[in-house]
Design a protein. Structure first.
Length: 235
């Protein structure tokens, strides 16, 4: 059977972006006069909630009522965080994870479609693609489904279902690439088989049930993964 599309998560899967997200959150907090600072250890816990706005909301859930930001204030704070995240990305200090570019290229060359299913927002995906591919996301990936376009973020399946709908394909013809347990649950919820490449913040996640676990996408095991509907290099 020939695979028809690969669907990639962004944060942690295409690149180790979470330290840039964390720095952007902390910069935005400081600029807003908040004395919040998320450490690496804090962020490991906080990442269990997907989506920046949702993460902020949960973080302050136990604060006294008069110290909690309203949804509108969270929206503004998150917009400032995105501005700062884009600035950090443009400084080009990040890199794609090993094997990502080669796999996307090999798929494209073989006529296999490539798509994105991410929790983050479109400007973040576009800037990341400009930094690493020299072109916006729509010129690299045929379909892009983002967190703010769906009702429920990962681990709900919504964003993968949206990617499948836009591809016009059924899950059995596609494979998802993820780095986190929330991503695995989301993709499985859409009936997709999943290749996991754990990232710096998800290396202790429980990946039970994943069809394939790899250190990264240069792992030779990608060539012999038995539970996936493709052979790599694509034939
Ligand atoms: C990644 C995320 C994102 C980023 C921040 O999840 O949860 O929320 O940390 O993105 P996944 P925004 O890789 O599973 O998609 O601040 O833009 O929401
Ligand atoms: Mg991820």
């Amino acid at each position: 059977m020939t695979i028809k599309a690969l669907i990639f998560d962004v944060d942690g899967t295409l690149a180790e972006t979470e330290e840039a997200h964390r720095a952007a959150f902390n910069q935005a907090f400081k600029a807003a006069g908040l004395d919040w600072n998320w450490s690496v250890a804090d962020y490991r816990q906080l990442l269990k909630t997907t989506g920046g706005k949702e993460r902020i909301k949960l973080f302050q859930a136990d604060f006294p009522a008069d110290e909690q930001l309203t949804d509108e204030e969270i929206k503004d704070l998150h917009a400032e965080k995105t501005k700062r995240y884009l600035k950090i990305l443009k400084q080009r200090k990040l890199a794609l994870r090993p094997g990502v570019k080669a796999l996307v290229q090999a798929a494209t060359d073989a006529g296999i479609r490539v798509a994105i299913a991410t929790t983050t927002s479109r400007p973040n995906v576009d800037t990341l693609c400009v930094c690493f591919w020299g072109k916006p996301a729509g010129k690299v990936f045929e379909v892009i489904a983002c967190g703010d376009e769906v009702e429920n973020k990962k681990p709900a399946p919504d964003v993968y279902l949206l990617a499948l709908e836009r591809l016009g394909l059924s899950a059995k013809d596609c494979v998802a690439f993820e780095d986190s347990r929330n991503g695995l649950i989301s993709a499985h919820g859409a009936d997709l088989p999943v290749v996991i490449t754990p990232s710096m913040y998800t290396d202790t996640d429980d990946f039970t049930g994943a069809e394939c676990m790899l250190r990264n996408l240069t792992d030779p095991d990608l060539r012999k993964a038995k539970n996936l509907p493709f052979e790599y290099p694509f034939k």
